[in-house]
Design a protein around this ligand. Sequence first.
Ligand code: NAD
Length: 326
Amino acid sequence: MRLLVTGGAGFIGSHYVRTLLGGGFGEERDPHTRVTVLDLLTYAGNRAGLPARHPRMDFVRGDVCDLPLLLALLPGHDAVLHFAAESHVDRSIAPDTAPEFVRTNVLGTQTLLDACLRTGVARVVHVSTDEVYGSIGRGAWTEDQPVAPRSPYAASKAAADLFALACHHTHGLDVTVTRGCNTYGPYQHPEKLVPCFVTRLLQGRELPLYGDGGNVREWLHVDDHCRAVHRVLHHGRAGEIYHVGGGTPRTNRALTGELLRLCGADWSSVRRVPDRKGHDRRYALDATKIRTELGHAPHTAFDRGLADTVAWYRDHTDWWKEAAYR
Ligand code: NAD
């Protein structure tokens, strides 16, 4: 199999590529899979998360909005895993960086789908997020819930999802959408909550906690997210959406408490800051479909995953300092 992975130098995409090349998914056909990573290396992309060289990996620095590049690159590939995106909600709210969300997430996805159609790529997995649904007071969303995004990031991802599903409906392209919850693990850019707090604690700095800290997110280890995407790639049905849940909801306050404990700090390190504009209160995914249909469930216990993640940032100071300040 020949696979093109967009955004493969980012947090989740690079974990996917490392795991695949290392034989970590255990699929019989994986030892023969060749990967082309296509990544623009924005501030969020980092070549250091991928092998410098690998006999089954090619790295191309390029833009998912670049149709001529995609038309040149895609022939011969059997499938595309589409991770590339602008992914940080705060940047989607800031006027300077907001337009890039429409360009990469919406136009980039549409361009990629178009290029797949033109070059005969057989299969696309579009990686998306629980944030497309908005906020939920109680219960959990199932895959038939209509999207109702409330942040510019979520709006751009919801638009991309709709283009992906419409491409299946209109053109018959074999596209599947995954919607994952908040993901944590090694190699995540220090702008995101878990690495932001851990790296600040490692430097003896204060933690800026939004609002009352009562916002609830479901947490998923990056390895479980990637195993789910891999399962969907090989076994998911065309035109379907699959939730990738973590089953471990935490308020931001509770998560902060766990990070403080793991880093040997206390609540005097926490400073309450004004809430993010339009901050969604609670996300919750019903992940029954991927479990019953594809036999996927997360493996990594949250306590162990979080402790391992803190240890990784403690041991990789050079990586996160370089990522944060370039
Ligand atoms: P990330 O920001 O760490 O990585 C994104 C990657 O895309 C970077 O390597 C960046 O250089 C690349 N990129 C950006 N614009 C590009 C462009 N125009 N052309 C080519 N490459 C470009 O993001 P992530 O956390 O790894 O998320 C990957 C995907 O998973 C995204 O689609 C995101 O919406 C989705 N997702 C993330 C989470 C999470 O908690 N991190 C949860 C659910 C879904």
